[in-house]
Design a protein around this ligand. Structure first.
Ligand code: NAP
Length: 246
């Protein structure tokens, strides 16, 4: 990753933070994005203390103007990790139209705007990589996740289309789809997190942000040079349906 600039959205917490730290360990110059400047400064300090380079950029990705401002301020980006996201688990009746819009804007439109504005620069400089963060809930019916899952299904399908669209122009675009992961965002309800893990992960456990970051690093790196348009599930496996094989 040396000599490459990586923009990681939502890098002030959770999975994004682990991705930013891991990319910096591999030599990337990391742009730590988020809204919380204090936590942003903490991540930058952690990276610098380990000998890496990073800077913080603030933007609310629910706002189109702010996303465009972020793309402009980031400048030349070689690796884009579309991680920032919102997930409100609610029934269809509880979900409001405003929250629907927020899920779509943050989880699907912001990645689209960043790809649209940053990938041409990657092509102009000879190539790059984009890794989107999806969710296994986009392909497994999971209670109370309908609108969230739909917004992530959008990014998974965009990944397939973008992978093909940019395949001959040196830019690879993939998605990592995690299962339940222990982050500040999921910390408030560990009972639900553990129940989801018990039901949908063959390993039966919650994942750690660092385990997701390894998959992101791989897909962002040249080691994944023949992989594009793909969605890699990082869930501890899917449980088999039917009687136990033992
Ligand atoms: P988290 O702990 O809640 O952290 C969310 C990050 O996104 C923070 O850095 C936050 O920045 C940023 N963010 C939130 N709203 C934003 C906004 N309006 N504008 C700009 N940045 C915003 O999240 P996480 O659990 O690590 O999840 C990260 C990604 O993984 C999400 O896309 C999520 O859907 C996906 N995912 C998570 C899990 C899981 O179990 N944790 C499972 C599957 C997929 P600030 O706090 O600085 O605003």
């Amino acid at each position: 990753m040396s000599g490459r600039t990586a923009l990681v959205t939502g890098a002030t917490a959770g999975i994004g933070r682990a991705v930013a730290v891991r990319l910096a360990q591999e030599g990337a110059d990391v742009i730590v994005h988020g809204r919380d400047a204090e936590r942003g400064a903490e991540v930058v300090a952690e990276i610098e203390a380990a000998g890496g380079t990073a800077r913080f950029l603030q933007a609310d990705l629910g706002s189109t103007e702010d996303v465009l401002r972020l793309a402009e301020a980031a400048g030349e980006v070689d690796v884009l990790v579309n991680n920032a996201g919102i997930y409100k688990f609610q029934s269809t009746a509880e979900m409001t139209p405003e929250l629907f819009d927020l899920h779509m804007n943050l989880n699907a439109k912001a990645p689209y705007l960043l790809v649209r504005n940053l990938v041409p620069g990657m092509i102009g400089r000879g190539g790059g990589a984009v890794v989107n963060i999806g969710t296994v809930a986009a392909s497994v019916a999971t209670s109370y996740t309908g609108i969230y899952a739909a917004s992530k299904a959008a990014i998974e399908q965009l990944t397939r289309v973008w992978g093909a669209e940019y395949a001959t122009q040196g830019v690879r675009i993939n998605t990592v789809s995690p299962g339940p992961v222990r982050t500040p965002g999921t910390a408030a309800d560990t009972a639900t997190l553990n129940a989801i893990a018990a039901g949908m992960s063959a390993m039966g456990r919650v994942g750690e942000p660092e385990e997701i970051a390894e998959a992101v690093l791989f897909l962002a790196s040249d080691r994944a040079s023949y992989i594009t348009g793909a969605t890699l599930e990082v869930t501890g496996g899917r449980p088999a349906i039917g009687p136990k094989a033992d």
